[in-house]
Design a protein around this ligand. Structure first.
Ligand SMILES: [Zn+2]
Ligand SMILES: [Zn+2]
Length: 394
């Protein structure tokens, strides 16, 4: 196939493109924070409700919405996930559909994900008689806090599901390109707290105290050796201690220091090992220096890992939409993504949809975040082709 060839299998009509843009802009203008996506859920339910679906449930795992479209032919069951939440930022872009809520913004592109899923639901509902199997849509709350996927899974959203698929628009990937890694897509993301305890006292009488600041300093340095000395140099790991707080005055020895950090890896076993070692190293050092350390695992998601066979199928379909050159290699990202829980439970694929806007480059999670809306019909086509392929019983 010539690399420029663009099959027209699913070339969206003007109405589809318009629906995608309308959904995206309406959702963009009314962003909500994690687990507070009530209006967003209502918007989704209202639109899905007109499609005559087989099952439509809301309030799943918080504010989640689940909808089933059952085809009239035998096939597999595929779950399509779209995340719903915005971020605590105030949008700076001067666009007509700018966020109407000061301090809340769709700064990660979840509005794009919902728009594509909504339009795919309409498209599939219209073609139910020729559809094999069943497609379940999971509109998921609280991706940004990595707290939304698990409650939905615990509520049974994966029951009867064979395969899962999701996408993320990516502002650093040109529009017209998609990335479908055959394995790791994103890192695990764990947040932890270490509470270092000593005994406070007079700054001029250190021998009568157990200085938690000095213990913490040793712990901070030692934890980096878990990366440099205990982990293979070809296994990417990040340990960032982003917050260290202790003490109240220059001449008072601090009795307690609280360290907060994050661990990122691409490997599930390494993740478990390092979490245990972080606690152990801190305890060991604190104990040696007559203090103590308490480890708290605040939150965490596993690495996001695609099933290679499913990723290959999705890649084949994507090439039919964006051409051979449009499917590009992509280095795994150190960011976390709670679609990881879906991929841990079922074989599936998470792909990145290029949506780099014109003008200066923008990054996710900033007030300047924008995307190129031309990515909407492309994402819709790739997602639709991929879902139809994954439904096929062969
Ligand atoms: Zn995000
Ligand atoms: Zn996101």
């Amino acid at each position: 196939m010539a690399s420029t060839q663009r099959p027209v299998l699913l070339e969206p009509d003007a109405a589809t493109t318009q629906h995608l843009i309308t959904h995206r802009r309406e959702l963009h203008a009314s962003p909500e924070l994690s687990f507070k996506e009530d209006e967003t859920a209502r918007y989704i339910v209202e639109r899905l409700d007109t499609l005559g679906l087989d099952k439509l449930t809301h309030g799943v795992g918080g504010t989640g919405v689940v909808a089933d479209i059952r085809g009239e032919r035998p096939g597999r069951s595929v779950l399509v996930r779209a995340d719903m939440d915005g971020l605590p930022l105030t949008e700076t872009a001067d666009v007509p559909f700018r966020s109407t809520r000061i301090g809340v913004m769709h700064a990660c592109g979840h509005d794009v994900h919902m728009a594509i899923a909504l339009e795919l639901a309409r498209w599939l509902a219209d073609r139910r008689h020729e559809l094999p199997g069943m497609v379940r849509f999971a509109f998921q709350p609280a991706e940004e806090q990595a707290g939304g996927a698990k409650p939905m899974i615990d509520a049974g959203v994966l029951d009867g599901i064979d395969r899962v698929i999701g996408l993320h628009v990516w502002s650093q990937l040109p529009t017209g390109q998609v990335a479908i890694p055959p394995g790791v897509v994103m890192a695990s993301a764990d947040m932890f707290t270490l509470i270092i305890r000593g005994r406070g006292g007079h700054g001029a009488q250190p021998h009568l105290t157990i200085d938690a600041v000095v213990i913490a300093a040793e712990v901070v340095t030692a934890l980096q050796t878990l990366v440099s000395r205990e982990t293979s140099p070809v296994a990417p790991v990040v340990i960032t201690l982003g917050s260290v707080h202790g003490g109240s005055a220059a001449n008072i020895v601090a009795g307690e220091v609280v360290i907060q950090g994050t661990l990122r890896t691409f490997d599930a076993a390494l993740r478990r090992h390092l979490l245990a070692r972080i606690a152990q190293v801190a305890e060991g050092i604190a104990g040696t220096m007559r203090g103590s350390s308490e480890f708290r695992h605040d939150s965490g998601t596993p690495p996001t890992v695609n099933d290679p066979a499913i990723a290959a199928l999705v890649g084949e379909e994507a090439r039919r939409v964006v051409g051979v050159d449009g499917v590009v290699p992509f280095e795994p990202l150190m960011v976390g993504e709670d679609f990881a829980y879906f991929l841990e439970a079922r074989p599936g694929c998470f792909f990145l949809l290029g949506g780099a806007p014109e003008g200066p480059p923008v990054v996710h999670h900033t007030p300047e975040f924008r995307i190129d809306e031309k990515c909407l019909p492309i994402g819709f086509q790739v997602m639709t082709a991929a879902v139809l392929r994954l439904l096929r019983p062969d």
